[in-house]
Design a protein around this ligand. Structure first.
Ligand code: SAH
Length: 357
């Protein structure tokens, strides 16, 4: 089924075969360069807009939308045409605006502390469904979207082709350079190695969460398949190939992975990591979820953890939260909507609606 952001230029030209030739450029320009909703492309005759709207329907319909009090963070839950639900978050700052997109409906990786992992896998999103999240967020944003992060629902490298194609189109059609695109993976080593072969200098984020395999296995079941040593090896390959510093994400869980000894172990592990630019650790206070008993590490504690990492030459930041009142945890809005009693409005914040400090 052809959708608005799935149609190629040739397909668009075919739809506009009875129109003056310049119309193709005009429509393409409105959709991709000016990034306006079709209805706002008033340079097109109203009848043509209606016709195109029917021929090229949107892939996503709104289910829930929430905006933070400062209006800088907006989160959407959309339904795809098959009924699968996906989430995205728009975060704005003075000089940039970032959209956090989902790459799958649900996730098969089953990380124990992650709301999406707890809910299980539904299906891969296709390229237009991924890209439309960026465009729909852009339509709601007074600022131009400058960055895209694949940190919403799903494991991007488990849906490799659709994600790669979406990155290429975000670069080529929207003009957002690969350097402003971040792909976050739980450590799907074959996907990481494949990424290293692409001429696509995206930033890689690796969700590490533990300094050793024994602990990591309890949080990230995929550790059984790909141990930390292999993940670090593949991450170094990506860093070398893309010339980009890799970020290691670490969801800090009180009394589980946040002790001084664990900070030392992580510092030793990453201080000697050979990747280009060295390791950068982003400490994320755990966002509590219904299916996992852990709590966030206290912030003061995280700053101490960061200091210990820095002693090993590892760059470390503690993620700042924003828009807390909309509970923008990826996977959380959906769960809360589906099971409102189990998930009362939380004042906690989430992985992707946060920023490093
Ligand atoms: N599957 C990818 C991307 C999705 S999640 C990945 O694992 O990297 C984006 C980030 O949010 C990951 O680092 C993930 O581990 C983290 N995350 C998920 N649930 C979280 C929670 N409850 N609290 C804090 N961080 C969480």
């Amino acid at each position: 089924m052809l959708t608005r952001y799935g149609a190629t230029r040739d397909e668009l030209a075919e739809l506009l075969a009875d129109q003056p030739r310049y119309r193709v450029d005009q429509v393409w320009d409105a959709l991709w360069r000016r990034r306006v909703p079709l209805d706002d492309a008033t340079e097109l005759p109203a009848t043509l807009r209606t016709r195109l709207g029917d021929a090229l329907p949107l892939a996503l319909s709104p289910v829930v939308e929430a905006t933070s009090d400062d209006e800088l963070t907006t989160k959407w839950l959309w339904a795809t045409r098959t009924g699968a639900e996906v989430e995205a978050v728009l975060m704005r700052w003075a000089s940039r605006a970032s959209v956090c997109v989902s790459s799958q409906a649900g996730c098969a990786m089953a990380c124990t502390f992650c709301a999406t992992g707890q809910a299980g896998f539904e299906r891969h999103l296709d390229t237009p469904e991924i890209i439309e999240q960026v465009l729909r967020a852009q339509h709601a944003s007074p600022q131009r979207v400058t960055n895209v992060v694949y940190m919403g629902m799903g494991e991007p490298l488990a849906n490799y082709d659709a994600v790669r194609d979406s990155i290429v189109q975000i670069r080529d059609r929207l003009g957002i350079s690969a350097r402003r695109i971040t792909v976050s993976t739980v450590g799907v080593v074959p996907g990481m190695r494949r990424l290293a072969t692409e001429a696509l200098p995206v930033t890689l984020a690796v969700s590490l969460h533990a300094p050793d395999d024994v602990l990591r296995r309890q949080l990230v079941p995929l550790t059984d398949r790909y141990p930390i040593a292999e993940i670090l090896d593949a991450a170094a390959e990506v860093a070398g190939a893309q010339g980009r510093r890799v970020t290691f994400e670490y969801a800090a869980i009180r009394g589980v992975n946040d002790s001084p000894a664990q900070a030392e172990a992580l510092g030793r592990l990453l201080g000697s990591w050979p990747g280009v630019g060295g390791a950068h650790v982003n400490l994320i206070p755990l966002n509590p979820t219904a299916g996992f008993p852990g709590q966030a590490s206290p912030r003061r504690h995280l700053h101490e953890f960061a200091l210990r990492l820095r002693a090993y030459g590892v760059t470390a930041t503690v993620r700042r939260t924003r828009g807390a009142e909309i509970d923008a945890a990826c996977g959380q809005l959906r769960r809360r909507t589906l099971t409102p009693v189990e998930h009362p409005a939380s004042s906690r914040m989430e992985p992707c609606a946060n920023t490093s400090s």
